[in-house]
Design a protein around this ligand. Sequence first.
Ligand SMILES: Nc1ncnc2c1ncn2[C@@H]1O[C@H](COP(=O)(O)OP(=O)(O)OP(=O)(O)O)[C@@H](O)[C@H]1O
Ligand SMILES: [Mg+2]
Length: 492
Amino acid sequence: MSDLLLEVEGLRKSFSGVAALREGRFSLRAGSVHALCGGNGAGKSTFLSIVMGIQERDGGTIRRRGRPVIFGSPKEALANGIAIVEQELSPIPAMTVAENIYLGREPVRWGQINFRAMNRAAQALLDDLGFAIRATDLMMDLSVAKVQLVEIAKALSYDAEVIIMDEPSSALGEHEADQMFDAIRTLKEKGKGIIYVSHRLSEIFDIADSYTVFRDGAYVGSGALANVTRNELIQMVVGRPLTEEFIKENVPGDRPLLEVCGLHAESGVFDVTFEARHGEIIALYGLMGSGRTEIFERLFGLSPDRGGEIRIDGQAVRIASPKDAKRLGLAYVTEDRKGSGLVLTGDVRSNICLAELGKLSRGPAMSTRAEARAARDMIQMFGIKAASDRLDVSGLSGGNQQKVVLAKWFLTEPRILLLDEPTRGVDVGAKREIYRIISEFARNGGAVLLVSSETDEVLGMADRVVVMRGGRVAGEVTRSDMSAETLVHMAA
Ligand SMILES: Nc1ncnc2c1ncn2[C@@H]1O[C@H](COP(=O)(O)OP(=O)(O)OP(=O)(O)O)[C@@H](O)[C@H]1O
Ligand SMILES: [Mg+2]
């Protein structure tokens, strides 16, 4: 029997006349991790959803172990040994972890769902994977990272031969990602094939054996990762060479813009002190749960004052609500773009103008024109790939949705940017654009607080790193002393 688990050729798909996929080609061997690479909107998710029977193809062939197949639904794909962890998660919030994992195939006893058996099976699965999650917890009580881990556990519970993972790490911290990588290595040893999508190149070189690149909906190339350099891969993805991945043009000034003194916050932030100067990019680094997001929530007035002082330009300020925060020039890009950043049912224009409604609405006619202009500027500034600004955000690729969230906040002309995973799901070319925008913002005197689980990004962009551990500041590292080892060591 051949070890080719999956072969795809000439796969095509258009959405209302616009080609999303022109020539999808791919092959997957048993016992390998194959990275599917490509920029935002290159057609990766479209390709995978056709393979999985979620969407219909316009043309092309798919062979499963040499046999031509077309799956009419994910259920059929699953029955043929293919499971997926989708890019956009859709858990049922009011259900438990176990119910989500076994949805539609619950163990039954005497005509009733056997909850005890189901909870036991789910817990065994989670424990096996080393995921610290209780099977009886409600999905709505879990962090984004844990929801992601549950989705991974669910895909693995089918014991499929082919496992597709569409950006599984984008919501995970370093620690959770390591747990997932361990799980992937075990699957590989068992002879399974894993299709892995990620915009994090370090990760790809770490975990994958082979790669395939799509660009503008078409196959560009494939091979063994051992035979390609990081720069060569970037060039295939972007279509031209990138001389450097990071753009950093800001130089920190002397005057503090934001001072945080002895700050306490709900859910475990204790006595946190640091400052960000005009023109400075500060990274808050730490494991998930180390208090980074909680600091942002306190600074943006989303959680109550529990003590400590916040000063802006030397003046003590009170931030009791997001309205206070915005008035003081803060903007907050949250880690969960669907939960708090984006209105998926709204179009690109209204989403971009969402945070700035006050400034733009001076009479209905004016507002439409001002909105249209503002949206156009932002679409250009961020290079948002959308056919029209009246298109629903849900039709954009993941990375382009992220850019809409950033654009929305830049429009408020903030002085202090709180960025929680700002390049999540953003491709290597667009990341560079975002770095340029962030460093230009700092160069013009703004201060940036950056939370990122991508160590490369912290090292590439931060002037100083405040390392958090268990809700406290574990130490500070300046740019000249930064290394991945130092940061990981201090945070653990
Ligand atoms: N349901 C849809 N309706 C209309 N257009 C769509 C739809 N789904 C995808 N597209 C378009 O198809 C193209 C490919 O999108 P796709 O989501 O496959 O990209 P991707 O490679 O997964 O990108 P990303 O890295 O950002 O996730 C994009 O231009 C996207 O806007
Ligand atoms: Mg995608």
